[in-house]
Ligand binder design. Structure first.
Ligand SMILES: N[C@@H](CCC(=O)N[C@@H](CS)C(=O)NCC(=O)O)C(=O)O
Length: 215
């Protein structure tokens, strides 16, 4: 796959959010060529007929990779790692304990950290005009994040990346959640702040951060 990786037409839809950043980041880690359609959330751009045909859920990010059209940031990161980054270690080999651990971390990060703690905080603090006030839910989500992220903190006190010695797609998901938590003023331990610094110092992160700008 690696010899043909830059011959496929590849388009990434979406910019400006932690979730779109994940897809840009993995594309840059892998050195894949791609075009960007930097549509943004809550702009109406995800509701155009053209985009709705590609993603009826009207959400970004969305990747077109040749014949494949794929939404969901964790699915995009994992698909790219599996198709173009397995030899380089961005995902552990299939049918191994490490691959099982990769899935466990990804599902944990996307449910416990992204969807039902950070996103709840964001909805009822930054986006109150749309979702309304819900101080008790924000408090519980904040406490929930701090409790759940402890398992990552304990792992990262012993090893550089969440699966061990190699940086994988799971690190992209985790680091983007930690950056998001910082922006929401959720406190992080020194271990997690060091990890965030280490992962975001990667050249691919820098390139992705620029590519993820809306303007
Ligand atoms: N679980 C999805 C969440 C995607 C999502 O909610 N994306 C937001 C932006 S971060 C969006 O597209 N919102 C549509 C809109 O607001 O127009 C993922 O991780 O990709």
């Amino acid at each position: 796959m690696s010899e043909t990786k830059n011959q496929t037409q590849r388009i990434l839809w979406g910019a400006g959010t932690a979730r779109t950043l994940r897809a840009h980041w993995m594309l840059h880690e892998l050195g894949l060529d791609y075009e960007t359609r930097p549509i943004g959330s809550r702009t109406g751009e995800t509701a155009t007929p053209e985009f709705t045909r590609l993603n009826p859920r009207q959400k970004i990010p969305l990747l077109q990779d040749g014949e494949i059209t794929l939404a969901e940031s964790a699915a995009i990161v994992t698909y790219l790692a599996q198709n173009y980054g397995q030899a380089a270690g961005f995902i552990p080999p299939p049918l191994t304990a490490q691959r099982a651990a990769y899935f466990e971390w990804c599902f944990f990060i996307m449910t416990e950290l992204d969807a039902h703690t950070l996103y709840v905080i964001r909805k009822h603090t930054n986006l109150v005009a749309i979702y309304g006030e819900a101080p008790a839910a924000v408090r519980a989500a904040r406490e929930g994040f701090i409790k759940q992220v402890q398992v990552a903190d304990q792992k990262l006190a012993q090893q550089p990346f969440i699966l061990g010695a190699s940086f994988t797609g799971a690190d992209i998901l985790l680091a983007t959640c930690l950056g998001w938590a910082e922006r929401l003023e959720v406190p992080l331990t020194a271990t997690l702040r060091d990890y965030l610094e280490r992962t975001t110092a990667r050249p691919a992160y820098r390139l992705a951060h620029t590519a993820n700008q809306r303007t």
